[in-house]
Design a protein around this ligand. Structure first.
Ligand code: ADP
Ligand code: MG
Ligand code: ZN
Length: 494
């Protein structure tokens, strides 16, 4: 019997606000800031301190909800989710529960083969907890845990999908699509290694094609796409084995152990009544009127999915369209280059610009760091360079050197081509002279070639290119070489 995975994801998104969800403390990078420096009576849970709602966090929550095609509710309500944990000084987390910010949306993920729609169940606002740091005090063999409350109260948006994904890869595609969307909207930095975007995967299995929803297990705190994929793969296999041997899969909460590649049991699943939710008495219901929503909608940028479609219609390959649309800054760079290419005579086409970016430019970006902002290249300069290659001013090989130098210095290709002497020789007479010289210097190879060893042509071609310092026009060299060889063979045969 064939089994299939049923997967629903919950995403916890730290919102890019300058202050926390319910107080004025600054949001700082919790991996580098000095611990407990950004804390006040509200976020450290002092009795009697009063929270107030961060409007900017609500703005960003609405923006994401609209981008996910959700219905933003006119009234949503904050509630107290009560539980004890040392990183939660109040003894409860403020979170939206029965009345979330938004409901009922979807996200489209497309692969080369098909488009899949994953439904979004709900989007709600909440606050993050503090951070526990576990240390081992070797001397007396005791361990201890330290608490950093800088992160306590940071605005979080929780995005809950329906159980619509059917494979680990599909879950990763969804997560990547969401990541791309959130960074496009500039609501999240996307630095997953800093824990600003964390996933929980709910996994169950069933007989392929059945409609049944079996008991699921929830894997907590997945901070990378790789962990997401591996943990779901592992869990799916575990559950299939259990089903095959008629073992019962119980609803459970699990952790993921990266080093052993296994999920580990944490607790049997808690139920919502365990948390004794009740409406937060210190906060009014959140009312979102149409003008508020519409003002945010009017600022919605074009989203990755739509951009990808448009790039495809410009004649790009599926791969190029996907990688160019995935990051907003890269997409902007590409579009500026396309605009400048359209003004050239003859125009430099989007397809060749895309090609240069996804090959040569990406390899330079990968060497220096990770972001296109780290290199010193105005898009117009790239287009100038491509134009020089197309018009034969420099050859494609030299142009790679020029591009590297352009990125280092921020100067125009014109200047670098001249400075490095990388102008291409298109002069027929010079090329003929060098070809004749190379043929004259290598009589043995020429004899072999005429004797039928065709591959020698490539070697001779290399010799000519080398003799010209790699600067000649390769097409011209090849045709000149071929006609010289034809002449030689004619002379020999007659
Ligand atoms: P809770 O609030 O207890 O975490 P929900 O019912 O709201 O539970 O679901 C949480 C997540 O679990 C959602 O992403 C949902 O899609 C997913 N989910 C629910 N049932 C299943 C199931 N049988 N198999 C896999 N995922 C599921
Ligand atoms: Mg959950
Ligand atoms: Zn505070």
């Amino acid at each position: 019997m064939d089994y299939e995975a049923v997967i629903g994801l919950e995403a916890h998104v730290a919102l890019n606000t300058s202050s926390k969800m319910f107080c004025g403390c600054r949001v700082v990078d919790s991996t580098t800031a000095e611990p407990n420096r950004h804390v006040c009576p509200v976020c450290s849970g002092m009795p009697g301190a009063l929270p107030s709602i961060n409007k900017r966090a609500v703005d960003l929550g609405i923006l994401v909800s609209l981008a996910l095609n959700c219905k933003v509710e006119t009234v949503s309500v904050f509630a107290r989710k009560n539980y004890f944990y040392p990183d939660l000084p109040k003894g409860y987390q403020i979170s939206q529960y029965e009345k979330p910010l938004a409901t009922g949306g979807h996200i489209k993920i497309d692969s080369a083969q098909k488009v899949t729609k994953v439904r979004i169940r709900r989007v709600h606002l909440e606050e993050d907890t503090g951070k526990l740091i576990h240390i081992n005090a070797r001397e007396n063999r005791k361990s201890a845990s330290l608490i950093d409350l800088n992160r306590a109260g940071v605005p979080l948006l929780e995005i809950v999908s329906e159980p619509d994904m059917r494979s680990p890869l599909e879950a990763v595609s969804y997560a990547k699509e969401l990541h791309s969307l959130l960074t496009y909207l500039d609501v999240n930095s996307g630095d997953m290694e800093k824990g600003v975007l964390r996933f929980e995967a709910n996994v169950s299995v069933r007989i392929a094609g059945s409609k049944q929803l079996n008991a699921r297990r929830e894997i907590k705190n997945l901070n990378s796409f790789r962990a997401l994929q591996r943990s779901i793969e592992y869990e799916t296999n575990q559950q299939i084995t259990a089903h095959k041997s008629n073992e019962i899969v119980l609803q459970q909460t699990l952790g993921w152990d990266e080093s052993s590649g296994k999920t580990v049991f944490q607790r049997s699943k808690e139920h919502s009544h365990d948390y004794r939710y009740f409406p937060e008495p210190d906060l009014p219901p959140l009312k979102i009127h149409d003008e508020w929503k519409n003002a945010i909608l009017s600022k919605m940028p074009e989203l990755p999915h739509a951009k990808r479609r448009r790039f495809l219609s410009m004649g790009l390959t599926d791969y190029d369209a996907r990688v160019l649309a995935a990051q907003r800054r890269i997409a902007e760079f590409f579009e500026q280059a396309v605009q400048s290419g359209a003004n050239k005579n003859p125009p430099v086409l989007p397809k060749s610009i895309a090609n240069w970016i996804t090959t040569h430019l990406f390899s330079i970006i990968n060497e220096v760091g990770e972001s296109i902002d780290q290199i010193n290249l105005p898009p117009e300069h790239l287009v100038d360079l491509i134009e020089f290659v197309l018009s034969g001013r420099t050859n494609a090989n030299s142009a790679k050197l020029v591009l590297r130098e352009m990125c280092n210095t921020g100067t125009e290709p014109e200047f670098i081509i001249t400075k490095l002497g990388l102008e291409q020789t298109n002069d027929q007479a010079t090329i003929i002279k060098v070809v004749d010289q190379v043929l004259g210097e290598n009589p043995d190879q020429v004899a072999e070639l005429l004797g039928g060893k065709d591959s020698i042509v490539n070697w001779l071609f290399g010799q000519v290119m080398q003799a010209m310092d790699g600067k000649s026009n390769p097409d011209l060299v090849l045709t000149t070489l071929q006609s010289a060889i034809k002449r030689a063979s004619y002379t020999r045969d007659n």
